[in-house]
Design a protein around this ligand. Structure first.
Ligand code: ATP
Length: 404
């Protein structure tokens, strides 16, 4: 009874809703609704972001879990599929993923194979070994014959051998003569062998591909043969090209009985080089110029006809040669009128072209450090002294009476 009368009393005392109160309440509720709507939109966009991220992470996990593919090379296509050689050398007949553009599948194409079925899954781009990529590749070397001092006979012999076979291909065909494939340059270090090879490439508009054979032998034991093959493949792609192999003796030394396993690997590199020399068509636009300081060490197989057809000796320059090398390297250098290049040529007996260049560079540095505008006689004297000391140090000094 009591509680009934209490509730009646509270209803009587509750404030009566007024219009303004109701309007205020509506305003507040609609603001809250607006706020909730905004929150909802924000949350929805957050959900979308999170879903995207989750799907990216799922992809990543799938990639990480995917089994590795095997790399192989296509050998042939048959009605039943493809004949591929996997990287370990085994040959398989396998199916081809129908998504692959079959017209791109030619013999030699590098492909990715499924690990279980060995199906061809993807076509891969050709790979060039990092060494091939980092070997010196110059589209057009800047060295020209005018930059070479002396060596007139050697230049004309190389032009006859290499340049003619690039420029007069039809004549060789008419005469039924195979043009020479390569030239071997022999001679002491720093006498301009690399320069000559670059100058030939320059005058024939050929790409210059230079590599140092000792690097093939040292860094890539077991890999040398493959690298030689890849370098020649690259040269064929970039033809006309000149492959310059410096320090040929490092891979081309005489084969000895009872060689160590390291020697056998080097011999495998040599065999690959010989097969490249024998393999490519004589008229193909790839010529080889090799250089060595130790021709007596070379395997006679390299010197058979059809391989290095000509051997051109590049000796240390004589006095006339030294004078013309001095002229080449001082062509754009301001010299004091007292300097007599002929006298310097006489005093530099036994110097290689590289040493004569070093002599001019040293003299120039001395002039600059003394604030002179021209190289003076004393700069040359100091430079001669320095270079001769260096030669004595490394045991190459065979000159005497350099100074008056
Ligand atoms: P290596 O056997 O050590 O590889 P190389 O015979 O190939 O030596 P280059 O690399 O051609 O010698 O020469 C080294 C440098 O010496 C050249 O860059 C050039 O400046 C200079 N030089 C050598 N010979 C001559 C030359 N006949 N005329 C002008 N410069 C020369």
């Amino acid at each position: 009874m009591t509680s009934g009368s209490d509730s009646k009393r509270s209803e009587d005392t509750a404030p009566q809703p007024t219009v303004s109160n109701l309007q205020k309440e509506i305003r507040e509720l609609s603001e809250t609704a607006q706020q909730l709507l905004t929150d909802k939109l924000l949350l929805e966009s957050e959900v979308t972001q999170i879903k995207k991220r989750a799907s990216r992470l799922e992809d990543e996990i799938r990639n990480l879990r995917a089994p590795p593919m095997i790399i192989g090379h296509l050998q042939d296509l048959t009605d039943d599929g493809a004949i591929v050689r996997s990287s370990n050398g085994t040959v398989f007949l396998v199916t081809i993923n129908p998504r692959i553009d079959a017209s791109k599948l030619v013999s030699g194409t590098r492909v990715a194979l499924n690990q279980d079925t060995l199906s061809v899954i993807e076509i891969l781009p050709d790979s060039w070994d990092p060494l091939v990529i980092t070997s010196e590749i110059i589209e057009k070397p800047e060295v020209s014959y005018e930059d070479i001092g002396g060596l007139a006979d050697q230049i004309s012999e190389i032009r006859e051998t290499v340049e003619l076979s690039f420029t007069n291909r039809d004549d060789f065909r008419k005469f039924s003569i195979d043009p020479p494939k390569g030239v071997l340059l022999t001679g002491p270090p720093g006498t301009g062998k690399t320069m000559l090879a670059k100058a030939v490439a320059n005058s024939t508009n050929a790409v210059f591909l230079g590599l140092v054979a000792s690097e093939l032998a040292q860094k890539y034991i077991g890999e040398g043969g493959r690298l030689v093959r890849e370098i020649f493949d690259l040269a064929r792609k970039k033809a006309p090209a000149i492959v310059f192999i410096d320090e040929l003796d490092a891979i081309g030394s005489k084969r000895l009985d009872g060689a160590t396993s390291g020697d056998r690997e080097v011999q495998r590199t040599l065999m690959q080089l010989l097969s490249e020399l024998d393999g490519f068509e004589p008229l193909e636009d790839v010529k080889i110029i090799a250089a060595t300081n130790r021709p007596e060490l070379l395997d006679s197989a390299l010197l058979r006809p059809g391989r290095f057809d000509r051997i051109v000796e590049i000796p240390l320059p004589d006095e006339v040669g030294r004078l013309s090398i001095l002229r080449v390297h001082t062509k754009n250098t301001p010299l004091s009128s007292q300097i007599d290049l002929e006298e310097i040529a006489t005093k530099t007996d036994g110097f290689s072209g590289a040493e004569i260049k070093a002599l001019v560079v040293e003299a120039g540095v001395s002039a600059i450090s003394n604030g002179r505008k021209r190289i003076s006689k004393s700069d040359f004297s100091k430079s001669l002294e320095k270079i001769t000391d260096g030669r004595r140090g490394d045991g190459t000094d065979n000159s005497s009476g350099l100074y008056d």
